[in-house]
Design a binder for this molecule. Structure first.
Ligand SMILES: CC(C)(COP(=O)(O)OP(=O)(O)OC[C@H]1O[C@@H](n2cnc3c(N)ncnc32)[C@H](O)[C@@H]1OP(=O)(O)O)[C@@H](O)C(=O)NCCC(=O)NCCS
Length: 146
C-alpha cells in the first residue's frame, strides 16, 4: 500500500472515485474543483492510495482560516472528503490516507485536524473515532430561498 500526493496525471482516476463519493454533484463542477485544488497546493492537499498498481482511495484536505466548529485554534486542516473503493475497505486504507493528511498538517504548522460526517453515516463516525478524532458538535444546517 502506497500513499502519495495527487498530480495532474491522476485527474481521471481520482475524478472517477470522486464521482462515486459525490454522485449528486455535476461532473463539470467536480472537475473544476480538482483543477482548483491542484493549482493551490498551499491550501489543498490530495492524497491517493495505490494498491496492486491501482488507485483504491483518496483523501482531500484543505487549510481553513474561517471558524471551524469545535476547534480551538486557527487555521486548521479540514478533511474535506475521504473515499475507499468497496473491495479495499477494512484494510487500513483510510487510516493511511488520514496519516498522510496529518503529516501535511504538521508540516505546515497546524495543530488541529477537523472533519465532519452526515449524521446517518455511522461507518464514517466509527472510522473517525478509530483514527483518534473526538466528536465535538452535532449541527443542523438550514437555508432559505431569497
Ligand atoms: C469510511 C471509509 C473511508 C473507511 O475506509 P476504510 O479504508 O475501510 O477504513 P479503515 O480500514 O482504515 O478502517 C479504520 C476503522 O474504521 C472503522 N470502520 C471502518 N469501516 C467500518 C464499518 N463498515 N463498520 C464499522 N466500523 C468501521 C473500524 O474501526 C476500522 O478499524 P478496524 O478495521 O481495525 O476495525 C470507507 O468506508 C468509505 O469510503 N465509505 C464511503 C465514503 C464515506 O462515507 N466517506 C466518509 C465521508 S465523511
Amino acid at each position: 500500500m502506497k500513499v502519495r500526493r495527487a498530480t495532474r496525471d491522476d485527474l481521471d482516476t481520482w475524478g472517477r472515485l470522486r464521482l462515486q463519493l459525490w454522485p449528486q454533484i455535476p461532473v463539470d463542477a467536480l472537475a473544476g474543483e480538482q483543477t482548483a485544488m491542484l493549482e493551490t497546493p498551499g491550501r489543498f492537499a490530495v492524497f491517493l492510495c495505490e494498491e496492486g498498481g491501482s488507485v483504491c482511495g483518496f483523501a482531500e484536505a484543505s487549510l481553513r482560516r474561517d471558524y471551524v466548529n469545535g476547534c480551538e485554534t486557527s487555521p486548521v486542516v479540514f478533511l474535506e472528503g475521504i473515499f475507499v473503493v468497496p473491495e479495499h475497505r477494512r484494510r487500513g486504507v483510510a487510516g493511511q490516507l488520514v496519516a498522510a493528511v496529518e503529516d501535511w498538517a504538521r508540516e505546515i504548522g497546524v495543530q488541529e485536524l477537523a472533519s465532519d460526517a452526515d449524521l446517518a453515516n455511522t461507518v464514517s463516525h466509527a472510522m473517525h473515532r478509530h483514527l483518534g478524532f473526538e466528536e465535538t458538535q452535532r449541527v443542523v444546517y438550514f437555508r432559505k430561498e431569497l
